[in-house]
Design a protein around this ligand. Structure first.
Ligand code: GDP
Ligand code: MG
Length: 345
């Protein structure tokens, strides 16, 4: 069963309360299989547009050809670039395909897909090792676990926080949300709606308050409540970029001063629909924000889902979660195998 986030200590609590120890092994297995299936179906739906775009074109490129020649490789290159997979990845794949062809290992479409999948998996797995915490365990000693969420306006930070708060709470943790996007009045209101929905407390102040001051309050409150996790929303825009980066820097400093090692995780949210542009914007956060992982949102809204690979390769950071819709359950743990299979099958 795919868990989102869970502390060691909560494993028992979680399995008794949610899975139900009163159930037989068979019942539990059936339940797990049903959940896996449901996740698979929803993921495949989210990646559908990208899959269709790749497969339809692959079929037509492959049609009426007796062998894989340079003209074919040119068309393949164009196809890959069109999925926003990135130039570097495209070159790497073409190289692998050339190698396979010259060794006579690639003669048909299936072998071609298999070779491409292998290259993509290699890239995704390499970046997976660069992240911090794994989905399944966070040490008990870290409390509150401070999770900062950064990224430009409109990418889906607030929505992602709402979804995450709900999941992390469901998994048996006490969650607190900090509304440190004080730049827009609507930001805090929107976050409050998500917090209410998830039944999670929120620390907020009036518009224009120094975000670092709101964070300071939230850190104090998290400690006083003995909260397990503090999730921090941040502004995607201030009066100018230098300002924003300075503010994030200050927030990081304050978090580290109040809680050892905080922020423990900084998730950079990227909107899949914005493709290569989004990737470029994201780079600006890497310098200042000490990003430890990526959330790729709106994968359901694009046929250019190859951007996930470009992100892992070019930012060299793991994609931790993907957003596949606007509802609270539309956040999934990113799974490289599932993703790559979803692109081609
Ligand atoms: P923020 O400015 O970064 O906080 O972005 P918001 O969380 O306010 O989201 C901006 C818009 O994107 C909202 O309309 C969200 O409903 C929408 N959104 C966020 N995540 C997803 C997603 O995974 N899929 C889709 N289709 N829409 C999303
Ligand atoms: Mg927001």
């Amino acid at each position: 069963m795919a868990f989102f986030w869970r502390r060691n200590k909560d494993q028992d609590k979680f399995s008794t309360s949610v899975l139900g120890l009163d159930k037989s092994i068979e019942e539990l297995q059936a339940q797990e299989a049903a959940v896996e299936r449901e996740i698979g179906v929803r993921f495949n739906k989210a990646i559908e547009k990208t899959r269709h775009s790749i497969n339809n074109r692959l079929d037509s490129v492959f049609e009426n050809r007796k062998k894989i020649d340079e003209a074919f490789l040119d068309e393949l290159e164009e196809l890959l670039i069109s999925t926003d997979i990135g130039v570097a990845t495209t070159m790497q794949i073409l190289e692998a395909v050339r190698r396979g062809v010259s060794r006579q290992e690639i003669n048909d479409l299936d072998a071609l897909k298999k070779a491409m999948k292998n290259e993509l998996l290699g890239i995704l797995h390499t970046s997976e090792n660069k992240g911090v915490a794994s989905e399944t365990e966070v040490s008990d000693a870290i409390k509150p676990y401070v999770l900062m969420v950064v990224g430009v306006n409109g990418v889906g930070k607030t929505t992602t926080i709402g979804k995450l708060a709900q999941r992390i709470k469901t998994e048996g943790n006490d969650v607190l949300i900090c509304a440190a996007d004080t730049f827009r009045a609507a930001a805090s209101d929107q976050l409050e709606i998500w917090a209410d929905r998830a039944g999670v407390p929120i620390v907020q102040q009036k518009q224009g308050t120094d975000p670092a001051a709101v964070l300071f309050d939230a850190l104090k409150s998290a400690k006083a409540r003995n909260a397990d996790v503090l999730i921090v929303d941040t502004a995607g825009r201030l009066h100018n970029k230098a300002n924003l980066m300075a503010e994030l820097e200050k927030m990081k400093r304050i978090a580290g001063r109040e809680v050892e090692g905080a922020p423990h995780e900084t998730l950079l949210v990227i909107d899949a629909v914005t493709g290569q542009n989004g990737l470029e914007q994201a780079r600006q956060f890497l310098k200042t924000a000490n990003v430890t992982g990526i959330v790729l949102t709106k994968l359901d809204g694009t046929a250019k889902g190859g951007i996930a690979v470009a992100i892992s390769k070019e930012l060299n950071l793991p994609i931790r979660y993907i957003g596949v819709g606007e509802q609270v359950n539309d956040l999934m743990v990113f799974d490289a195998e599932q993703y790559v299979n979803g692109l081609f099958n």
